[in-house]
Design a protein around this ligand. Structure first.
Ligand code: NAD
Length: 327
């Protein structure tokens, strides 16, 4: 059986939904302390056992691992706000790094040595080439990215010394929602451009603030690689299935290799919603590179993964969710 940490969050719950759809006879244990997640995100999933717990609670996690005879972990639990990580680094080191170490210790005690980890393109820092592949230097420019890099290194140590098999999936910008419209993105505060643009279209947010219109990009706004959460979920299952025959660690980018500018996002959100999105431009944010685009060829060659959703489909599913949001 698998354990999914952070499985009540945006991406984790999408993975749990996808997993139970693909493996209807298998059970999943979700471990989440609900600091950011939503129990409603697991509504309607009968094969899910929910444990309200903190990854840092060593004894409790150890009991959960042994009680459910867990043989692999998919580790999403983390704090994820870049800005907050700069203002309050200790909170991020404690939860993301110390929490993960405690989880890994519990796994070690219970002889669970297989893990898929949510890493991030934030581990790369400022790109030195147009398309970022997995060999790109890792020089994170914020505490959040550093916590993800530290966890990758710690996992490498477990692979070297304890024979663990793990895959660190470095996502670019997760976006979109489940096609059912039942689950989707709900962060507080919301910092991601697509939900913010759609909230502005809906009128629940007055004006969309765009940071920087003087970047060295065709329309002057930042370019990012948006990847649908369902495509992320599919990649996790492929990565999980590889673990029993995999030696050591793998590091894999998850993106589409298509870069969309913020202005393009606003255009597509206007087309899909049929509403005008009022927006203003503010100065660039410190540490926001002009472009972040994945070279996702390793995900194709190693996992046999190919994203199924384009930007239009990302925005359509996000709009469907935003208009009937339950939590
Ligand atoms: N959203 C993105 O664009 C993006 C990009 C790259 C990587 N990631 C990574 O993907 C993962 C999921 O991101 P998300 O957007 O779904 O975030 P989210 O905040 O929606 O989900 C994280 C979940 O982890 C839980 N959690 C946090 N700390 C915990 C702890 N100590 N113990 C137990 N549960 C805890 C939260 O309650 C929440 O349900 C994170 O690791 C994030 O860093 C996200």
């Amino acid at each position: 059986m698998i354990l999914v940490t952070g499985g009540a969050g945006y991406i984790g719950s999408q993975f749990v939904r996808y997993y139970t759809r693909c493996r209807p006879t298998e059970k999943v244990v979700v471990l989440d302390n609900l600091v950011e997640g939503h129990l409603e995100a697991l509504d309607g999933l009968s094969n899910v056992h929910f444990e309200r717990a903190d990854i840092g609670d060593f004894e409790n996690v150890k009991n959960i691992l042994s009680k459910h005879r867990i043989d692999a972990v998919v580790h999403f639990a983390s704090y994820c706000y870049v800005g907050e990580s700069q203002e309050n680094p200790s909170k991020y080191y404690q939860n993301n790094v110390a929490g993960s170490i405690s989880l890994f210790r519990a796994m070690e005690e219970c002889q669970v040595g297989k893990l898929v980890f949510s890493s991030s393109c934030a581990t790369y820092g400022v790109p030195v080439q147009e398309l970022i592949n997995e060999e790109h230097p890792q020089n994170p420019i914020n505490v959040y990215g550093l916590t993800k890099l530290l966890i990758e290194k710690i996992l490498t140590g477990y692979a070297d010394t304890k024979d663990w098999s793990f895959t660190a999936l470095r996502y670019f910008n997760a976006a979109g929602a489940d096609k059912s419209g039942l689950v989707g993105e709900s962060h507080d505060p919301e910092t991601h451009i697509i939900p913010l643009a759609l909230k502005t279209a809906l009128g629940t947010k007055e004006v969309l603030q765009i940071f920087g219109d003087d970047y060295d990009t065709p329309d002057g706004s930042c370019i990012r690689d948006y990847i649908h959460v369902e495509d992320l979920a599919a990649a996790h299952l492929l990565a999980l299935d590889k673990l029993p025959t995999q030696k050591g660690g793998q590091f894999i980018n998850l993106g589409t290799a298509y870069g969309a500018s913020v202005k393009e996002i606003v255009d597509v959100c206007e087309q899909v919603s049929g509403k005008k999105i009022s927006h203003t431009f503010s100065p660039r944010r410190k540490g926001d590179p002009a472009r972040l685009i994945a070279d996702a060829s390793k995900a194709a060659s190693y996992l046999g993964w190919k994203p199924q959703h384009d930007l239009r489909s990302i925005v359509e599913t996000a709009w469907n969710w935003e208009t009937k949001k339950r939590y």
